[in-house]
Design a protein around this ligand. Sequence first.
Ligand SMILES: [Fe+2]
Ligand SMILES: [Fe+2]
Length: 329
Amino acid sequence: MLLEEKLEEKLEVILSIEPHVSQFITDKMQAPETSWQPSDFLPDFSDPNFPDAVIALQKGIANVPDTVLVSLIGNMITEEALPSYQTFFNLLEGVNEDRNVSSKSAWVKWSRLWTAEENRHGDLLNKYLYLSGRVDMKSVEKSIQRLIYNGINLKTDADPYQGIVYTSFQERATKISHVNTGKLAHKSGDTVLGKICSTIAGEEALHERAYKFFMSKILEVDPNGGISAFLAMMKKKIVMPASLMDFGTTNNFYTSYATITQKIGVYTSYDYASIIDHLVKYWGIDSMLGLNDEGKKAQDFLSTLSDKYYRLAERMQEPEETQLIWLNT
Ligand SMILES: [Fe+2]
Ligand SMILES: [Fe+2]
């Protein structure tokens, strides 16, 4: 729980930012009727040429390496744990004071629009991978159920500031991951999968933009509180949302998935450093003025933090052994 007096202040700040959230929704978010849907990218069962379309899909994905496929499946499983993300966001202090999922409040509306868009990512990847014939669907489905069963622990407490720092970071991380997967798919001859990944990445980019914008408003209104929350999240480190997928089982799938994404360059420790670098620059942390002692300490720490992570990334050994999971043998 947050300290009582800080909580009061944060609730006021979150409330004061609502008009900006509303504006972002009006300006940038599409209605379901005009946005793309998974079926736009998939063979149509009602089409007499459906079998040929599936054969073409399977030919397209045939040369995508197993490691890229495992990484993509891990990304899909992460997307499919969507109920946890909407729950997480609505539990942040100040977001859903009405305790009502259909609330008209801009924050709650944002949480719905964000996750409604995200829902299509898991849908599309799941169906595409199913049709590929290369995936052990039952094993994947167990991982999805297990991940939702276990939930997420993003270490933000119920602090809306930390929650928004987390989502700014994570949406950018997811964008990078989908962009890189798309490039690898394209290189291996699957142009449809390449297009799917870049389309999804485009939405992650929009969500990243939203969260970074919301956080910049927090930093404007409450610079000391905002920078302290950024510092707190960086010290705790950003945990990937799928990290609990094995808890309660004897599997080691998460480690295999994370090792493979690092090895094939889909999401690496270098990316982790680059995201910190980007956020520090984007929020103008170096040039923030009028900070109290705690805020200045946070500023000093954050200003050089990406350098530390870049050095760590350089020293990191390439993982040699990788274990292929979730695939048909
Ligand atoms: Fe997504
Ligand atoms: Fe996302």
